[in-house]
Every structure is written in structure tokens, then in C-alpha cells.
Write a protein that binds this ligand. Structure first.
Ligand code: FE2
Length: 192
């Protein structure tokens, strides 16, 4: 897996700044899920920004963006067949939007206990899945558990992600049937 150098996109930072100025509600307060989603939508629609992401057929690539209100944001490239594995974002809320290709999200409609467990048996009916073709996205609240995949056999996918607060940690899980197992906790540098 390769990692592109962290660069900021001055073009998009500028539009993000003007977007936040244009929104009287944003002020200095924490960005809401809908503000993060709006940012991700705008960035995903920025053809110049999306085209600036280096793509690698061997692994995901990413470029850090300047998200609104101090949020953490990324532009991510997904070769066919790549994915994140199951994880959550601890206490951060977030949003992501597909800019090219299509992503698939598998998620859990369940609130997991935050600490003090190693394996958990999920009840039936908690699984959700959604297709996110280009232009589609979603926001999510704290402790959202999901995995995101590019299931295409041929096409790269590109997406924009934003989180607030900036990700302090990612909890990674393995899953066997209905059993979810906490595998390790990562710092964001290790993450997608
Ligand atoms: Fe995630």
C-alpha cells in the first residue's frame, strides 16, 4: 500500500473557507454532521481537486484536506477490490461522499459498548448496507461501526471524508459471522 505525500489543496482550502464564512451558523463552534457532509459534497464535486489525487493500482492513496472548523479531511483513492475492514472512529462524527466510481458501505445499526469488551455477539438484523455511487454520501455519529469497500473489479473509486474531532484513534475489528472482535486500536497515521 502506498501513501501519497500529505499536501494541502490551496484551491479547495479557499472554497472551504468561503463556505464557512457564508454559513452564519458555523462560527467557531464544532462542525455538525451536516456541515461535514456538505464539505465532503463540495470537495467531491471539485473536479480539479479530485483529479489531483495520485492513483495507484496496488493500494489506496490519500491526500489530506483542510476540513471545516478544524475537522480532519481526506481525499482517498480506492483501487478495485480494496476496503477498510471493520472499524469505528471512536468519539468522532463524520461524513463521506463518493467522487468517482462506487463505494459500498456495510455498517451496524447498533451502539456498541465503548470499552471493556473483546468480543461481542451481534444480534440478528443489525446489518445495514448501502451503495454509494458517485455523488452519494452519508454522515454518521459517534461510534459508527462500518467497513467501506470498492467492490468493483475494474474501476477505481475516489471519495472525500471528514471527521470531527480530528480522529484520535480508530478501533479495528474482525468479524466472523455475528461475532465482532476488537483487534487493535490505531492512530490515524496508520489508517486509510
Ligand atoms: Fe470509517
Amino acid at each position: 500500500m502506498s501513501v501519497s505525500p500529505t499536501v494541502s489543496s490551496s484551491a479547495f482550502s479557499a472554497s472551504a473557507t468561503s463556505a464557512s464564512i457564508a454559513s452564519p451558523a458555523s462560527g467557531s463552534s464544532a462542525p455538525t454532521q451536516s456541515e461535514l457532509l456538505d464539505f465532503a459534497r463540495r470537495a467531491a464535486a471539485d473536479a480539479e481537486l479530485v483529479a489531483s489525487l495520485p492513483l495507484d493500482p496496488e493500494g489506496r492513496t490519500w491526500v489530506r484536506l483542510e476540513g471545516p472548523g478544524g475537522s480532519e479531511a481526506w481525499l482517498i483513492g480506492w483501487p478495485p477490490g480494496t476496503g477498510t475492514g471493520w472499524h469505528d472512529h471512536a468519539d468522532s462524527v463524520g461524513a463521506f461522499v463518493t467522487a468517482a466510481g462506487e463505494l459500498k458501505e456495510y455498517s451496524l445499526a447498533a451502539r456498541l459498548p465503548t470499552d471493556g469488551w473483546k468480543t461481542l455477539e451481534l444480534t440478528d438484523g443489525v446489518d445495514r448496507e448501502r451503495r454509494l455511487p458517485s455523488g452519494k454520501g452519508r454522515s454518521f455519529g459517534r461510534h459508527h461501526v462500518h467497513e467501506v469497500l470498492n467492490e468493483s473489479a475494474e474501476e477505481h473509486a475516489i471519495s472525500v471524508h471528514a471527521y470531527y474531532p480530528p480522529l484520535p484513534r480508530i478501533r479495528r475489528y474482525s468479524r466472523t459471522g455475528q461475532v465482532l472482535r476488537l483487534e487493535h486500536v490505531e492512530r490515524p497515521e496508520d489508517w486509510q
